[in-house]
Design a protein around this ligand. Structure first.
Ligand code: ACM
Length: 626
């Protein structure tokens, strides 16, 4: 690679100096050096489009630049150079040895020309993303772009985001918008969670009942897990599914962005929507409904859970495998990627233990418990998926009881499942709840909707997908997961995904040793402006305080935290709103004073309030002290 880049090294480019403007690119490129000169950019940009292999990339860049307010011309040579403000040229460089990945690229900006070179279309596309982050939205005046040279390639080959379209249905246009946005941050895997208890979302032509029944549920509002059951004869009107033509359209859209789609059919648990169509495939021949978000499981403080309604397929019924053979056969035809995700998470084996056919199967096969029985089931699914020319990946529970060679593991219950899987020779994607669950609450519960657990931006940023004890050669990368029980709209999907997906994008692309929280935040702030300019709201709890309450020596104490670098926290107890004259929080917890007080706190940076004011009444503070 050094040699490859060396060929194009520009004289006059020197190390970056802090007095110059810099770019705010996420994920941080492997290397960026700034020249002494700047290129002036007005309203017109010309893309040289003379390579037959790069037509898609030219088209993509052209429409992205138009969306950013530029006049764009496509030409075959640089003859227009003098009549436009900026020229973008990209070249496929075949027969070069690139480091680590086919997604490597080199980008040079000098004399108002951006030159992107790579060994593959994917590399060119990633370079285009960097160029798009260098070029601001056009606001009617010309800007100066610092000349620079970038060498870049990803740390991991699997840089994913998962979208759950079962708990809430997202239209084709919305799914495309989600994929389009993730492409901007160089993600390359879209994990499409297509089936769950709340809806079956993919047309299977040989089993039309799946979408006739399984794609629809009774409409309900209110908190997920508390909604009333369907009434007898109530019409299921909420839902939807993707036809196979629509799936092909989304696959093609993702492929234009060099994103592979990994479809998930979640079995043997999370199968209530499938069972609504085929109740005979469970041990209790239930349920007859797609879940509308009613309570069907109970979680206990020790981390165990119990299903209140069966949502599992019966592993002892041969018809289950016949149905799944048809399903995975059609799925394999639709998705060109090498992996199919088969779920395998959160199975309550007690239904199986009570069932005579399961007990007989266990005896016949020498399976000692439900874990062994699930392993038996998953290995049969692995064979079905392999028979379709694909490889299976599943949630880390699939490791228990033994997993077929060649199957990969997605580690979600922390990283220990992933570490163990690499020890056993399986490939792994790290997606731990602790760092990568994008549905978790991003800020203080008085400002952000509390769900199962919390995950701040800073915590997300600390992920290293290669933990101690893992065989790093088997770790393909990592992924953020957006479960949508509490996410009814695309806008809210963006709000929850970003900015934490910035943190994951950087973790999965950039060098671990170049990660820096303050530097990352300076770039996050610029990327937030881009979302604002598009009218897309993303979570800004980074600028808010976060209060933790503790009981100590009969007193109640409030610790106030902020993740914003170089910021101050100011607070009041007297029902006034904090400003720069309010007391400064020094880091020492504040004891709750007597009386009907309200704690108000806000984060200040450079003499200005950065985010929202948090307010907690005495009773709210007391409730947190429990
Ligand atoms: C999961 O979050 N149940 C994989």
């Amino acid at each position: 690679m050094k040699q490859f880049f060396g060929l194009f090294f520009l004289l006059g480019i020197c190390a970056h100096s802090w007095t110059q403007p810099t770019y705010h690119i996420i994920p941080l490129p492997v290397s960026i050096s700034y020249g002494k000169t700047q290129s002036q950019l007005g309203k017109s940009i010309c893309i040289i489009n003379n390579s037959p292999e790069l037509q898609e990339e030219s088209k993509y860049l052209s429409s992205a630049l138009q969306e950013a307010g530029y006049e764009v011309k496509l030409t075959e040579s640089n003859k227009d150079k003098n009549v436009v403000d900026l020229l973008v040229d990209f070249t496929l460089v075949k027969n070069v040895t690139l480091p680590a990945s086919t997604e490597a690229y080199e980008l040079v900006l000098q004399n108002s020309v951006i030159n992107i070179k790579a060994g593959s279309e994917a590399g060119i596309f990633r370079g285009i993303q960097t160029a798009l982050q260098m070029i601001p939205f056009h606001k009617g005046m010309s800007v100066k772009l610092p000349d620079c040279r970038i060498e870049d390639f990803p740390r991991f080959q699997w840089r994913g985001l998962m979208l759950d379209v079962s708990r809430h249905f997202f239209s084709v246009a919305e799914v495309k918008a989600y994929i389009d946005q993730m492409a901007r941050y160089k993600f390359n895997v879209f994990h499409w969670h297509l089936t769950d208890d709340e809806g079956w979302r993919i047309e299977i032509k040989s089993l039309p009942q799946l979408t006739e029944k399984g794609a629809w549920r009774v409409p309900r509002t209110g908190k997920f897990g508390t909604r009333p059951w369907p009434l007898p004869d109530e019409k299921p009107t909420y839902g939807g599914f993707y036809t196979q033509d629509e799936i092909k359209e989304v696959v093609a859209f993702a492929a234009e962005r060099h994103i592979t789609i990994v479809p998930e059919i979640d079995v043997p648990g999370h199968s209530m929507a499938l069972l609504a169509a085929f109740p005979e495939l469970s041990t209790k021949k239930e349920p007859k409904y797609v879940s509308c978000g009613f309570k069907f499981s109970e979680w206990y403080p020790n981390g165990t859970f119990e299903m209140l309604v069966e949502n599992m397929l019966n592993p002892a019924d041969s018809r289950v495998y016949e149905v799944l053979d048809k399903i995975f056969g059609e799925v394999a035809m639709l998705f060109p990627g090498s992996y199919i995700h088969a779920g395998g998470d959160e199975c309550d084996h007690r239904y199986w233990a009570k069932d005579e056919s399961c007990r007989q199967l266990m005896q016949r096969e020498g399976l000692k418990d439900g874990v062994d029985l699930q392993s038996y089931f998953m290995n049969k699914i692995n064979s079905i998926i392999e028979s379709k020319g694909k490889k299976m990946i599943g949630w880390d529970e699939i490791l228990h009881g033994g997993l077929a060679e060649g199957a990969a593991v997605m580690s979600w219950r922390g990283m220990k499942g992933g570490i163990e899987a690499t020890r056993l020779g399986h490939k792994v994607v790290m997606s731990p709840t602790t760092h990568a669950y994008l549905d978790y609450t991003q800020g203080d519960h008085s400002l952000e909707f509390p769900i199962y657990s919390d995950l701040s931006l800073k915590k997300s940023y600390t992920l290293d997908p290669i933990p101690q004890g893992a065989d790093s050669s088997l770790i393909m990368g990592g992924q953020g997961n957006l479960w949508t029980e509490h996410i009814p709209t695309l806008s809210h999907a963006f709000y929850m995904t970003y900015p934490r997906a910035f943190a994951l994008a950087e973790t999965l692309w950039s060098k671990q040793e170049s990660k820096s929280w303050p530097n990352f935040i300076s770039r996050v702030e610029r990327q937030m402006v881009r979302f604002d300019e598009k009218g897309r709201s993303i979570c800004k709890s980074l600028f808010d305080p976060w209060v933790r309450v503790k009981k100590k020596n009969n007193g109640i104490f409030c610790a106030i935290e902020s993740e914003l670098p170089e910021a101050q926290i100011r607070f009041t107890w007297d029902n006034t709103f904090p400003d720069m004259s309010s007391p400064l929080y020094t880091g020492e917890s504040l004891e709750l004073p007597d009386g009907e007080v309200i704690l108000r706190a806000a984060v200040f940076k450079n003499g200005r309030q950065a985010g929202r004011t948090l307010s907690l009444s005495r009773s709210e503070i007391m409730a947190r002290a429990k």
